[in-house]
Design a protein around this ligand. Structure first.
Ligand code: ADP
Ligand code: CIR
Length: 346
């Protein structure tokens, strides 16, 4: 890709962290840099330039992107996670430390709970800078590791290539599989040679799933109906520990697990519930105020950048870096309790 020769301008109303932090000085410092994989500033910012409604707008092509382009990534990371460049990330994925009794034991509000973590292999570039051949290697390594899982985690890998279209559409509609053609990923170079090398693994019950070579090389997902957050967390903790014995994941002491998007660094964890809040959602300012107080993000039920349907929302932890896995989920639990208690008062 060609290097940029002047500071890009952003359309009126563009509110991305990229538009805020790509100053003259930062641009001058970074415009001629690239990593050993040839990843340059144009590639880092292309998604945010094309998609002016981005909330963040940047992607890394490899672990080195975070140091080579730190003048841009560091302030974005601090804005998103409240995490300073002098801090070290801490991990705690121990379910025994999680205090999360089901906030909705009578199933009145929570439809389902899902927790995912992203991972990438340390030996290879991230998806934006990976070659077709390397992507196939990643897929092969991951499938070998997945095929070793036993008991309730054991399952089958389904490559996207050759999948019957009606089955693919149903998996997406049922919230199990990633969408195709995401414009943010497209502009980041993450959809190259689609659908080659991409696929989904799941156990029979579809309570443990792994997305392969989407935004990150692995998205490990634990999900089930209802609000038993601790059961979902425990399953994921076990599965991740097992896969970590077979695969070497990219991480750093400072940034935790390395991911394509800086919003996912650290734990790379998004813990969410699909929750029905018919009364509170008619009062959006109050709904948003509670979400903000607990640092939760509100999404529509078909994932990021989707609209809500029938007063059901996807509520998840916003921060993933500088907090442990247990803390990510503890925050979700506290926020969901607060939302349910407020809904009951109407
Ligand atoms: P990610 O969680 O990996 O950041 P998305 O926001 O795009 O990605 O969501 C991916 C899929 O997971 C979507 O189909 C979304 O509806 C589904 N999903 C997210 N949270 C839940 C949940 N709590 N229950 C069921 N499906 C969920
Ligand atoms: C954006 O900037 O809006 C997209 N590139 C997606 C960013 C990831 N979003 C998030 O909140 N985790």
């Amino acid at each position: 890709m060609k290097n940029l020769n002047k500071l890009p301008t952003f359309a009126n109303g563009c509110d991305s962290l990229l538009s805020k932090h790509l100053t003259d000085t930062v641009f001058a410092e970074l415009k001629d840099k690239h990593t050993r994989n040839g990843f340059d500033l144009q590639q880092v910012i292309n998604s945010g330039l094309i998609n002016t409604d981005s909330s963040i707008g940047v992607y890394a092509g490899d672990k080195a992107s975070y140091s080579t382009f730190s003048a841009l990534f560091d302030p974005i990371i601090e804005s998103y996670h409240g995490f300073k460049k002098t801090e070290q990330h801490q991990s705690n994925f121990n379910p025994n430390d999680l205090d999360a009794p089901n906030p909705d034991p009578e199933n009145n509000y929570i439809i389902s709970t899902r927790i995912r973590v992203a991972r990438n292999l340390s030996a290879l570039p991230l998806g934006s800078a990976i070659s077709k051949r390397q992507r196939k290697i990643v897929e092969r390594l991951i499938v070998v590791a997945l095929n070793k899982l036993q008991g309730k985690l054991a399952g089958t890998y389904f490559p996207l290539q050759g999948m019957i279209e009606a089955e693919r559409v149903k998996l997406v509609a049922d919230h199990f599989l990633f969408k195709a053609g995401d414009r943010f990923l497209e502009a980041a170079g993450l959809n190259r040679e689609w659908p080659e090398g991409r696929g989904i693994f799941h156990n029979d019950e579809k309570t443990f799933l792994v997305w392969v070579n989407e935004e990150d090389q692995l998205r490990m997902i634990s999900m089930q109906m209802g609000g038993d957050i601790k059961a979902v967390f425990s399953r994921l903790s076990t599965a991740v520990a097992e896969l970590e014995t077979a695969l070497r994941f990219s991480k750093s002491d400072h940034l935790g697990y390395i991911t394509s998007c800086p919003s996912n660094l650290g734990t790379a964890m998004r813990a969410s519930v699909h929750i029905k809040l018919p009364r509170l959602s008619k009062n959006m300012p109050e709904f948003e105020k509670i979400a903000k107080q607990y640092q939760l993000q509100i999404r529509g039920i078909h994932g990021e950048h989707s609209e809500s349907q029938g007063s059901t929302y996807d509520i998840s932890n916003r921060r993933r870096l500088g907090v442990t896995e247990v803390e990510c989920v503890q925050v979700l639990h506290a926020g969901v309790l607060a939302l349910i208690n407020r809904e009951k008062l109407f």
